[in-house]
Ligand binder design. Structure first.
Ligand code: P71
Length: 458
């Protein structure tokens, strides 16, 4: 596969430095073999997340200088409101400082203890916000979406029958809203089809339920619809996005992904009464409704980023860029999740390192090896992140999937950076039997992957 051509040129550069091997060994040891504890300056290529790590365009940076920092009614809010109306079709918008703040406000206002909230797969922060109020987050993705090797064009789809069953079992009065995560991050960045959005929306309408979209990667999803779904090849991304959201009552957005800003988020919706209710909590927790936890300049960068991301040449490059890395890794015989998602490549660590059992964290062993070998930071999405002790038996339960995610920041790394990452993978492949498992020496009570400390097992 040829490397895709970047549809931009580089105007500002940020130096990155590769520490030598001895220093990398020292750094990872001092970090307790936890890459979240590494200082970013010790990293050469950072694929920890695509969230808030993108490069803004000259147009976005120029917009930052037009920030109106008035407490109430700043012009950038009106620009963002108009942009959201034009792209998503929603009349009401509430800015938040990032995605999880939008989730907190939405679920605290709409849901209560004992409620049920179905989604294809809830992202971690969504699930945590739902569980925090005592409600239950239910994943209803199609069965194909749970098999890492199966090829399916829309593995992020929700199973309509699973949704109907949830409604029948728990009662529509206990379901404040149905959610759809596009693209489906926890399922490998897989898209949801237009047909599926439409079908889920029809089920919601039939039961008078509200449908909300977790739209962090809405443009990547729209591009997959254009590529893979019949009838959309000749439509613009703008038209596809408009149609996607026409089936929903609202959405929440972490603008740190497809809106290509370093911080920001929002809720957008149709219903004016619900907007009023959400606004009360927004004022309490985030700020006045025309800035909601952001500076005027940040609002402007979001408004401009939402337009930038609709450019088809950008999206074509974006999806090909991710696929370029995925194909290089896959051709080297390293097992990856298929088909290739929008924002990241996921490696199947259980299959790649069969000599390390899940109790010794094979995903984390590979994560450590990537840093040691080449100064690359990736993230484990496996037993370190998700294994839980059964409260009754005291036995550890390990997740089905043991993945390592290589998330690609937008407009930041060139194809030669990606080739360097793939070369590091090849070197690790050739000595994979020598990779060691790990044991925990410090473990916090929840979200342990962020602060846990480990040691290597000889
Ligand atoms: C990602 C993140 C960011 C992250 C979050 C938690 C731990 C590590 C990294 C954030 C998402 C997301 C979706 C679909 C809502 C949020 C929260 N993803 N929905 O993938 O992917 O947004 O980070 O702005 O609060 O690395 P927020």
């Amino acid at each position: 596969m040829k490397s895709p051509i970047e549809p931009f040129r580089i105007k500002v550069v940020e130096p990155v430095k590769l520490l030598d091997r001895a220093e990398r060994n020292r750094m990872i040891r001092e970090a307790g073999f936890n890459v979240f504890k590494l200082p970013a300056e010790a990293i050469f290529i950072d694929l920890l997340t695509d969230s808030g790590t993108s490069a803004m365009s000259d147009n976005q940076w120029a917009g930052m200088m037009t920030g109106d920092e008035s407490y109430a009614g700043c012009r950038n809010f009106y620009h963002l409101k108009e942009t959201v109306k034009d792209i998503f079709g929603f009349d009401f918008i509430l800015p938040t400082h990032q995605g999880r703040a939008a989730e907190n406000i939405l679920f605290h206002t709409m849901a209560k203890k004992g409620d049920f909230i179905p989604s294809n797969i809830h992202f971690d922060t969504t699930r945590a916000n739902i569980e925090f109020i005592g409600a239950v987050a239910l994943d209803c993705v199609i069965d194909e979406g749970l098999d890492p090797e199966l090829e399916h064009p829309f593995k992020g789809n929700m199973d309509p029958q699973k949704l109907e069953k949830v409604i029948e079992e728990h009662g529509k009065e206990n379901i404040p809203l149905v959610a759809l995560t596009i693209t489906n991050n926890s399922g490998g960045g897989q898209p949801v089809s237009m047909q599926n959005i439409k079908e889920i929306s029809q089920i919601c309408k039939k039961h008078q339920l509200k449908l909300f979209i977790d739209a962090a990667r809405f443009a990547e999803n729209a591009y997959f619809i254009k590529l893979r779904e019949e009838g959309y090849a000749d439509k613009t991304i703008h038209a596809i996005v408009k149609e996607m959201f026409s089936y929903a009552d609202g959405c929440w957005v972490s603008a740190k992904k497809d809106a290509m800003v370093n911080i920001g988020g929002f809720i957008a919706l149709k219903d004016g009464d619900l907007f009023q209710k959400l606004q009360n909590l927004l004022i309490l927790q985030e700020g006045f409704p025309t800035y909601g936890g952001l500076a005027g300049r940040d609002l402007e960068a979001v408004a401009r980023g939402l337009r930038d991301v609709l450019h088809e040449d950008y999206l074509k490059y974006r999806i090909q860029h991710t696929a370029y890395l995925a194909n290089l890794i896959s051709e080297a015989g390293v097992p990856i999740v298929k088909p290739i998602g929008g924002h990241a490549v996921y490696i199947d660590a259980k299959k790649f390192l069969p000599h390390i059992p899940q109790s010794k964290f094979p995903g984390q062993a590979l994560t450590v090896a990537m840093y040691r070998e080449a100064g690359i930071r990736v993230v484990e999405i496996g037993s370190l992140m998700f294994a839980a002790k059964d409260p009754e038996t005291g036995q550890w339960k390990y997740p089905e999937l043991e993945l390592v995610r290589l998330a690609i920041p937008r407009r930041v790394y060139t194809s030669s950076h990606l080739e360097y990452v793939a070369e590091a993978m090849v070197k690790i492949r050739d000595k994979k039997e020598s990779l060691k498992g790990l044991k925990l020496v410090y473990e916090p009570p929840f979200l342990r992957h962020f602060t846990a400390e480990m040691e290597e097992i000889d």
